[in-house]
Design a protein around this ligand. Structure first.
Ligand code: SF4
Length: 197
């Protein structure tokens, strides 16, 4: 049997020529088989991986100052409830892939935050909650305060406010989910491997 690329045709017997349609791809170049076989729903592996990651963010249970009360404690309690987004707190960085940095980042705490971040599972994400974590806030000129947690770890989403309302935090979390859905994770891993080399 001979198989060639080209338009679809039905096999007409032993030794017949079967032409296989060119594999359809989307704008990112991923293989997509949707509309290819009737009754079959198909998507790319990247979409499935990103969908799983975006909807099962487990966040690290810790807070630094007042933003932790407003954003994490109120936001995680029954009235707003992070669980609705598949987000659960974990008490171990090894089981967490999301860090809310909620509160003032002091020079004293900076190495501890960095250590916790490095112990978290890959791929990991960071949301800076409030003015202090984003830029130092009202204490940015203090000798004891780091002017933004992005000076010590990479930040994916910044949520403004002093403190931000839980609704603002939810908006930030939804934006992070949208960002993860667009992630080209295999390219991200290749870039990290290249950076480590
Ligand atoms: S941004 Fe405002 S509420 Fe949040 S930790 Fe700083 S001072 Fe407290």
């Amino acid at each position: 049997m001979v198989v060639e690329d080209g338009g679809p045709t039905a096999p007409s017997g032993p030794g017949s020529l079967i032409q296989v349609p060119a594999a359809p791809t989307n704008a990112d170049g991923d293989l997509v088989i949707a509309n290819y076989l009737p009754g079959v729903a198909a998507t790319s592996l990247k979409t499935v991986m990103n969908w799983g990651r975006a909807n099962s963010l487990w966040y690290m249970l810790f807070g630094l100052a007042c933003c932790a009360i407003e954003g994490l404690m109120a936001g995680g309690a029954a009235r707003w409830d992070y669980d609705r987004f598949g987000m659960f707190f974990r008490s171990s960085p090894r089981q967490s892939d999301l860090m809310f940095v909620a509160g003032t980042v002091t020079e004293k705490m900076a190495p501890r935050i960095r250590t916790i971040y490095e112990q978290m599972s890959e791929p990991r994400y960071v949301i800076a909650v409030g003015a202090c974590a984003s830029s130092g806030g009202p204490f940015k000129d203090s000798y004891a305060v780091v002017p933004g947690v992005d000076k010590i770890i990479p930040v994916d989403i910044y949520v403004p406010g002093c403190p931000p309302r839980p609704e603002a935090l939810y908006y930030g979390a939804i934006k992070l989910q949208e960002k993860i859905m667009k992630e080209k994770w295999h390219k991200k891993q290749q870039a990290k491997a290249g950076a480590r080399a």
